[in-house]
Design a protein around this ligand. Sequence first.
Ligand code: ADE
Length: 477
Amino acid sequence: MSAITDSEGSEKGVKKFVDDWLIYDTILGEGAFGEVRLIANRKTREKIACKIMDFAKYKGSEVAITREIRIHSVLNHENIIKYYGLRKEPTRVYLFLEYAPGGELFQQIEPGVGMPSRDAQMYMKQLVRGVSYLHSKGITHRDIKPENILLHNGILKISDFGMATLFRHKGKERMLDKKCGTKPYLAPEILVGSYHAVPADVWSCGCVLVAMLAGELLWNCPHEDYPEFAQYKEGNYLTSSPWNRLGNTPLSLVTRILDLDPMKRISLEKILKHPWMTYNFSYDEADSSADSNSNGLHAIRRASMMEPPADRESPYVTLSQPNLPTRPVCLEHIIDKQQKTNKRRDNKWFSQPTHNEDLIISSELQFTQTPITKDNFSDLIQRMTRFFVTTQTEEKTAEALCSVLDALHYTWTVDGSGAISISTVDNMKNQLVFKVTIFKMEGKILLDFRLSKGCGLEFKKKFIKLKECLGNIVCKV
Ligand code: ADE
């Protein structure tokens, strides 16, 4: 029997999961074999992400799911989403993961602009630390991109180990040859033949850095058929966007990371020592009001960190261990037994190594006692792709939205939960699917946009366009 049941008298959008756990209709993310939902403990208010993978629906998924679990269950690092355990049903598996209320990193990136250098530096440090940890365990992620990077109170968390694999075992490295990942973030050598895991992940981190600093991707695919990549290969790229929007110091870091020769590519250790990574941006902020006092050398140094030199095209805009994760005690009842005890090694669903489970109570749990309801649920998810509207009813809002969608020639459908699912292509002709949920919150109507499939930055561009088109009903803040 499925863990999810329609509980009597339950609120709209919430179902009973198991014991005191409620599962919410709102989808946090979608992956190759299923979706990620929020589950919350009715009594303790503990919140967990639950990845539901349906191997009856996806042929051949069982092997991939088993590998993902085997890899994720041995990881324990601040910058990696924690794996708490699993529950298995005849056709489904539920993975219990740390919930990151800050959403995906791409939500923090303004298309065509990026984010403040200080934030980009902070996230890059955490990304590099998380990836270094993975590599120290002999594991490569193989799909590093802003959509797979989550945030929890400003802490970056690498998620989704669906493409991860072991590249080093007992000190012996193996070359990889599977062409996997997401094209704009893919290292070029992956398309050519066998490749080393470490520099390939390093390359993807560089693409994430460019996305954070410029709000734009460098190319659709790292292949000569794509003019932007061909120009890069020829060394003829500095005057085009987004290159011309990077200051000299970040540019030098990015080009060291995106070295076409994987053997010459900068290491993660050296990235952390690069002048752009060690530069104190917060000092700039404190200092900016005293610009007239700042000495000339400092001003020049600061400019090189942030602004492109005059001889490159502007315009430029600066917005300026070994211990395993502790899991919530109240989750114990719903995790499969053999995992908890770690005795049944014969089970193909890999066991979670034992760990100290004493007194595991999250800080949220200690400080809040308000029951979770439909009305306060949305506070748990901090998304930037949402806005309030002035329309009085959900129906009128849906009408306004659908007429804009029709005017823009988007294909849309209404799914079982009442969400509007929009299917289109982005500028690079890649499929883009996103969902809009309309619901009442604090007496007002809220439109919540969520990416289902495609590039996060392209999704944000479409979101901005739709928000503009709905300008006459968008609540001014
Ligand atoms: N989306 C996908 N996985 C998630 C998680 N663990 N927390 C929050 N949002 C997510």
